[in-house]
Design a protein around this ligand. Sequence first.
Ligand code: MN
Ligand code: MN
Length: 295
Amino acid sequence: MEEDELKNYLKASEVAKKVKPFAMELVKPGAPLLEIAEKVEAKIIEEGARPAFPVNISINENAAHYTPSAADAATLGEKDLVKIDIGIHSSGFVVDFAFSVDCSGENTSLVEASEKALEAALSKMRAGVNVREVGKEIENAIKGRGFVPIRNLCGHLMEEFNLHAGQEIPNHAEGNYILKEGEVYAVEPFATLGEGKVVEGEYCEIFSLIEENKKVRLPHSRKLLEIIDSEFNKLPFAKRWIKDIPPSSLDLALADLLKQGIIRAYPVLREAKRVNVSQAETTVIIEKDGVNVLV
Ligand code: MN
Ligand code: MN
């Protein structure tokens, strides 16, 4: 890894280590979701980094991709199982991490299953190891506790301004790729008692750029593309982050860019049987003899 790249990862890591306990403090019954997301995102900026994607607050059967909209009035419930997923970047180099909070105290073993699976995965990872072996560790740790891993959610290789750079860390024994020194991965086991699969829901507040330098005709689409280019690059953004375009025009611009294949949408992902899901996630740099855990 180049010196400048490492410097940025270490900066994002330093910020992540402050933001994680800050976010944990905010997650309690009665807390408004929008307030949690906005406070965490502001804290990231205050500490000298940038959000790599909107703070995800996915509750119960929702596994990922829920971030509150600007009009979201929901608060956390007494019995909610909450996944907080946070991305922090420094000049495009991302630390991606998540934790689960069990408000009811009734899902202790489910939360433990994803946490122990993450520990097991990290203890196995180093240069030269096949991702299949890592996936097997995750699968065994989760199944050994009586749950199932979510098979269609994976850890992922990250590169500059690229959250999902191709290579995956599966959550079960699958795949065939040898980890290389200097690669950076988010590792994220999900556990459930459901089908072990997520499906797309209706709700969608998160988007990202796919195609750069596209010419568009509608003025609001052009304006939106300029904002995306200058502020987010190819990293995901929330609709509520775009404050310079009036809401009805923003909806039209998003629909226009989606239709042209210039941006993509991230609808909420929920467990297929609508059963509770837990998640644990961290980001690591692959080294010869192990991993450098960034948060
Ligand atoms: Mn994440
Ligand atoms: Mn991730």
